[in-house]
Each structure stands twice: as structure tokens, then as C-alpha cells.
Design a protein around this ligand. Structure first.
Ligand SMILES: [Zn+2]
Length: 302
């Protein structure tokens, strides 16, 4: 049986918000069994908390923001992505401002901090959302869907009419090792022509070549170039894994994405939650049909 996980001890990260440009401190704090993932605003009276769940996703332009009437936490996806890969079920993420630090624009700082804290198994069994039927959201331009699969797999395609990006596809089974090696270091990206417009809207104030891949109409402006030839599609997978955490439990299924951003992912996750007939809750190693148990399945979830 696979048990829920949290981290062994508190660990802190210093950084700056991509959109606010403000210095921020984030701490990962162990949480009891069956808590889930919560963001806690330690800078506000009463330390309000919000669950990392799709129903609280407030905005999806350029980043995923969770919020209620009184406060919000933005750019949560890179941090959540690392939690998904490490299968962390219960965690408080304390933050002394409105935005998660951007780090280098990838999930690297979060993964490193969590690995430094170490994982610990808890007493309660982990519940998975096991996809039984295909669920689709989108249109001809962009879409996302899930199909049954004994593990967590993502196939992502992007198309940008830019000479450095173009058409990119990647198909990958997600586990701690593949995420760490293939996905975690892929950085967010943006176009120089959009930066001015974003800044006028109060966004991207902290954006620089230190925390994003920046492209002009022809070239990549970062002096060291890319970390992977197809870093762009890898980052889209990183984002999608983060958004998938808002399902509230780890998903077992194959996620297929075509030009899908945070908005499409949020709609898909909401649709899964609203379609209880299309998935079932399972505790791995207890009530899973035996015919579903193959080697890759166990490997993917260990
Ligand atoms: Zn991103």
C-alpha cells in the first residue's frame, strides 16, 4: 500500500515574484495526514490559508492564481509541479507575500528544497483519482483531455510561429526521476514584444534573463541559450503537472495537451471533478484490479 507523504522538516526559500518583482520568502512545512496542500499567507492578519484546489483558481493569464475575496497567491504552478513529482500529499506552503518566488523560472529551487528537507511516509493510505473514461475540454485551437492509463503520463504539443520554437511534442511517463531529469529544469518563456504590455498591466516586473527564456522576433536572448533543445514544450509539461495538483489528489491517467495553457488545464480539472462517473478513487495495492498491475505501473508510483 502506498501511504501519504509529507516532508521531514521545514525548509525555506528566498526569492522574488516574477510579476510583482518583490522579495518573498517561502517555507515548506510538514502537515498531518489527510491535510492536502495549503498556501498560508503569513504576512496577513490571522495567517489565512487557501487549499491548492481548482475551485479556488481565480486567474489563469500568464500564471495560475489561487484566491478568495480577501487575498490571493499567484504563480503557484512551478512549486506545485515539484510536489506532484515527489508525490507529496500533505504540506503547508507559507508565504510572506502575494506571489511564489520565481527562482530561475523552472521548478529547480522547489525540487531542491523539498529533496533537502527529505520525504516521510505517513499513516493514511494515499488516494488516487484513477481515470476510467476519457474526459475532454477544448476546441480546434487548443485542448486537453485525459484517458485511462496505469500511471501518470503526459503528451504535450505546442505550436508557435517563431523560428526558435515551432512545433514541439514530448511524451513522458512522470515519476520523481523522469521529472527531475527531463522536466524540472525547463524554464518559463516570454517574448520581448509582450514585456512592455505586461508591465503596463502590472505584470512581469521581476522578469529577466535570470528567470525566463526571453525571445525577440528571431532569437533567444539568453546568452547561455537553452537547457534542452525543446525546453519550451518541457516547461508546458511542468506547468500542466502543477495545475493538475489542483485536482486535490494524484491522478492516474494519460494527459494529452495541444496548445493548452493554464486556462484549459483549469477547465479540464474542474470537468474531471464534476464528472465523478469518469474516475474512481483507489488506494494503490489494495483495491486495484490485479490485471492492471504491471511493472511500469508500480515503478511509476513507487
Ligand atoms: Zn510556467
Amino acid at each position: 500500500m502506498f501511504l501519504q507523504r509529507t516532508i521531514r522538516k521545514r525548509v525555506a526559500i528566498e526569492g522574488m515574484g516574477l510579476h510583482t518583482g518583490k522579495p518573498t520568502q517561502l517555507s515548506f512545512v510538514p502537515a498531518p495526514d489527510n491535510t492536502g496542500i495549503y498556501f498560508v499567507r503569513t504576512d496577513l492578519p490571522g495567517r489565512p490559508a487557501i487549499a491548492a484546489r481548482a475551485e479556488f483558481v481565480q486567474a489563469t493569464s500568464y500564471a495560475t492564481t489561487l484566491g478568495g475575496d480577501e487575498f490571493s497567491v499567484s504563480t503557484v504552478e512551478h512549486c506545485l509541479s515539484a510536489l506532484a513529482a515527489l508525490r507529496i500529499d500533505n504540506l503547508f506552503i507559507e508565504l510572506n507575500g502575494p506571489e511564489i518566488p520565481i527562482g530561475d523560472g523552472s521548478a529547480k529551487i522547489f525540487l531542491e528544497a523539498l529533496l533537502a528537507a527529505g520525504m516521510t511516509e505517513q499513516n493514511a493510505p494515499r488516494k488516487y483519482a484513477y481515470i476510467d473514461q476519457n474526459i475532454y475540454y477544448g476546441d480546434d485551437e487548443k485542448y486537453a483531455y485525459v484517458v485511462p492509463y496505469n500511471g501518470l503520463r503526459v503528451t504535450c504539443t505546442i505550436e508557435f510561429s517563431h523560428p526558435q520554437i515551432g512545433h514541439q511534442t514530448l511524451d513522458i511517463d512522470i515519476n520523481e526521476h523522469s521529472f527531475s531529469r527531463e522536466i524540472s529544469r525547463a524554464r518559463t518563456f516570454g517574448f520581448l514584444k509582450d514585456v512592455e504590455a505586461l508591465r503596463q498591466r502590472g505584470l512581469a516586473k521581476g522578469g529577466s534573463l535570470d528567470n525566463a527564456i526571453v525571445l525577440d522576433s528571431e532569437e533567444i536572448l539568453n546568452p547561455d541559450g537553452l537547457r534542452y533543445p525543446n525546453e519550451f514544450v518541457r516547461h508546458k509539461i511542468l506547468d500542466a503537472l502543477g495545475d493538475l495538483v489542483t485536482l486535490g489528489m494524484p491522478m492516474m491517467g494519460h494527459l494529452i495537451l495541444y496548445k493548452a495553457g493554464h486556462d484549459v488545464l483549469n477547465r479540464l480539472v474542474r470537468k474531471i471533478i464534476e464528472s465523478p462517473e469518469s474516475y474512481r478513487h483507489i488506494e494503490l495495492g489494495s483495491n486495484l484490479p490485479e490485471k492492471d498491475l504491471d511493472g511500469s505501473y508500480l515503478w511509476a508510483f513507487s
